[in-house]
Design a protein around this ligand. Structure first.
Ligand code: MOS
Length: 723
């Protein structure tokens, strides 16, 4: 198992994140946030702030830094200070720049804001009556869709005709990504343009957004993000500090650093939507699903910029059923923006669906694994495209054996004062890939460089680049230097959607074939060591006629320092031939204290089919992190939004996330079936699937232990009090 290449610099504190960069003459910006959730800013008195010690600039909607709204693959990205509208509590409304961070912060406190307030709606429950149909999805699917058997008129008929029906409503909480590295930026302008040091999920995408916002050529923005302290979807778009630091640095002619405080991260970035989901399952007495209805509502900011597609991400594809109806509605609220967060759609969606499946198993008095296997799909319902490779049944079989599922009783067991239960759930996440370009350079010292702009937000992509590069060039990984996180490199696209290994890996395979072709052409060219011969390549060497030379020796012989080629790849014909997904089986054991109702997770196991595993260490840590996040969603995390829109727990004191004492040993196992129908490398995504299903597995274990079915997240002690 090879190690993470960036491990040593990270654990010794030598890795330089965005805000770790400093430059001569650099000054500091501090963002001012709104203290109402809805209204218009009538006035901002900045007199005291402007004359405070060290202050260089105070920007506001009345004295803005001109920024245009960028349009990207994610849609339009909001830019701060361009108007006086406030639509959530904690919205960036000002930016104070001073010689030091403390001076900027002190001056920001002196800004006096007066508002004309408007009515506020912050509760998803209260907003349900005003729900709207969600817009058409990025993949072209409408908000509501139905698949019905030929002789069936409606999903209600199919449910009515089902011998066994379970129906329930599930709710999930608003979450914040809470990445270790707060959103930040250091912006430096020179005669070539802007260089920005800011953690993000795709350097070229951030450079393009900033260029559009600043109204400059794309070529005059360079985005650097060598290390990223967690992103999870929350750094896919350019952040408020990056827009403001870039614009202020241009205005002041000084490098500007802006770092959100931890409290500011909770509102001035974007998080996960709250959801309400109604599910009805109809089955035959042998467990065969007859009908599945999944209606979902999610919170969205008032600009309707993001939809948490829970039913689309789960029920649409997960089970073989003759009759299916899903819908997605949005509820615009005066709450901080929502965006992609690890398994958007699938994470909250799987809590509802996989709880409902467990409830159906109870109603049928059937083992929940057997019920799932009985309804295993070979293709998404209503689609002809079969899964390219699906080994979910094996995940469940191996998982059941490894976890001791046979010892589970339908009513849990007791151990002294503890009620012990086991739960399971399915996990799925689509296998996708996006366009990516990689450059490979072979050097005369027999080393190679594999370079793409991209980002490694902690996933291990840097290590994966070196491994796939080495394999494609047929040399040892130690001879390959991976480069990432700089928009000056070829466009690597997004570290998001669990796509980076498949996207960059496919491009590496193409780039490697090209550079080897070019090397062989060079080797056999006139005057070269293999002039006119049939040459081949193996083991990092050029061979012909019983002779061989390493690529470095050959380059030296022809006086070339290096040879490079680029390769590009993107989703292609494969999407017309198969459906693609990663799969997994989640297992969890909980202990609930008989008297205090304290809930402890005592064992966890996830068994995953994610295609080929390139690097077991980074893959395991991705999955493990996701599973822990599932426990967090189940038992800890949830933003409490007060009626006026203020977050009651928007900091690390009040926003609970699990610590080591909350998490037992996490067992992760992979069944390895390379999926070469999806891409040449055979790897499917595993960044997001680890969290999918785990919250349901916890809730199902709690139900098994206590007999109490909790249909809301997070599950709290008071939810387990008996009447
Ligand atoms: Mo992920 S939510 O695509 O970073």
């Amino acid at each position: 198992m090879s190690n993470r290449l960036d491990g040593p610099v990270k654990v010794t504190g030598r890795a330089k994140y965005g805000a770790d960069h400093s430059f001569p003459g650099m000054v500091h910006g501090y963002i001012v946030l709104s203290t109402i959730a809805h209204g218009e800013i009538e006035a901002m008195d900045v007199t005291a702030a402007k004359t405070a010690p060290g202050v260089l600039g105070v920007y506001s909607p009345f004295d803005p830094l001109k920024l245009h709204t960028p349009d990207s693959m994610f849609g339009k990205t909001w830019v701060p200070l361009q108007n006086r509208e406030v639509t959530y509590y904690g919205q960036p409304i000002g930016f104070v720049v001073a010689e030091t961070f403390e001076q900027a912060r002190d001056a920001a406190m002196l800004v006096e804001v007066s508002y004309r307030q408007r009515p506020v709606l912050t509760s998803l429950e209260d907003g349900l009556a005003a729900a709207e149909e969600a817009p058409v999805s990025w993949d072209g699917s409408p908000a509501a869709l139905e698949v019905l058997a030929p002789d069936v008129e409606s999903i209600e008929d199919a449910l009515a005709a089902s011998p066994v029906v379970v129906e329930a409503t599930y709710t999930t909480a608003t979450q914040n990504h809470a990445a270790m590295e707060p959103h930040s930026a250091v912006a430096v302008w020179d005669s070539d343009g802007l260089t920005i040091y800011s953690g993000n999920q795709g350097a070229d995408l951030q450079a393009a957004e900033l260029a559009a916002a600043l109204g400059v050529e794309a070529s005059s923005v360079r985005a650097v993000n060598p290390f990223v302290g967690g992103a999870f979807g929350g750094k896919a778009r350019t952040s408020a500090p990056a827009f403001l630091a870039a614009a202020a640095a241009r205005d002041l002619g000084r490098p500007v650093k802006a770092v959100l405080t931890r409290e500011q991260v909770f509102t001035a970035t974007a998080g996960r939507a709250a959801t309400v989901q109604k599910i009805a399952l109809g089955a035959d007495t042998d467990g065969t699903l007859i009908a599945l209805r999944h209606d979902s509502w999610c919170s969205t900011p008032v600009d309707r910029s993001f939809v948490e597609r829970t039913s689309h991400g789960t029920s649409r594809e997960w089970y073989a059923t003759q009759n299916l109806a899903i819908s997605q509605k949005i509820v615009p609220l005066h709450v901080p923006p929502t965006t992609f967060m690890r398994a958007p759609g699938e994470a909250p969606g799987s809590f509802a669906l996989e709880s409902a499946i467990d409830e159906l198993a109870v109603a049928l008095e059937m083992d929940p694994i057997e019920l799932r296997l009985r309804n295993n799909s070979t293709a998404p319902p209503g689609k002809d495209l079969q899964w390219s490779s699906k080994h979910l049944d094996e995940c469940f079989r191996i998982g059941a054996a490894r976890f001791g599922w046979a010892n589970r009783s339908p009513r849990g067991r007791t151990d002294g004062d503890w009620l012990v239960g086991m739960g399971t759930a399915t996990a799925m996440f689509p296998a996708l890939r996006f366009p990516a370009t990689v450059e490979i350079t072979l050097h005369a010292d027999d080393t190679a460089v594999v370079a793409t702009s991209g980002a490694d937000p902690g996933t291990g992509l840097l290590t994966v680049l070196s491994l796939v590069g080495a394999e494609s060039l047929d040399i040892a990984p130690e001879r390959v230097t991976p480069r990432l996180g700089d928009s000056a490199l070829p466009p690597g696209g997004l570290s998001g959607g669990s796509t980076a290994t498949a996207s960059a890996g496919s491009a590496i395979v193409i780039a490697a074939a090209q550079v080897i072709d070019d090397l062989l052409a060079l080797a056999s060219s006139p005057g070269a060591p293999f002039d006119g011969l049939e040459v081949s390549y193996a083991d990092g060497r050029v061979l012909a006629d019983g002779r061989s030379m390493t690529f470095g020796e050959l380059l030296r012989a022809v006086n070339r320092p290096s040879i490079s080629a680029t390769g590009s790849s993107g989703p292609g014909e494969e999407v017309t031939k198969h459906s693609f997904s990663s799969f997994g089986a989640q297992f969890c054991e909980v202990r609930v204290h008989r008297w205090t109702r304290e809930i402890r997770v005592s064992r966890m196991l996830g068994v995953f089919d994610a295609g080929r595993i390139i690097n077991e260490k980074t893959a395991r840590s991705q999955i493990m992190g996701g599973m822990i996040w599932g426990v967090s969603a189940a038992l800890h995390e949830g933003l409490e939004i007060e009626e006026n829109g203020r977050l009651a727990n928007g900091d690390f004191a009040g926003y609970l996330i699990p610590v080591n004492a909350d998490i037992p040993e996490v067992d992760v196992h992979f069944v390895e079936y390379p999926d070469t129908l999806h891409n040449a490398v055979g790897a499917k995504g595993l960044g997001e699937i680890g969290t999918v299903g785990m919250a349901a597995a916890v809730a199902n274990a709690v139900a098994n232990a206590t007999g109490i079915r909790v249909r809301k997240l997070p599950i709290q002690i008071e939810d387990l009090l008996e009447e």
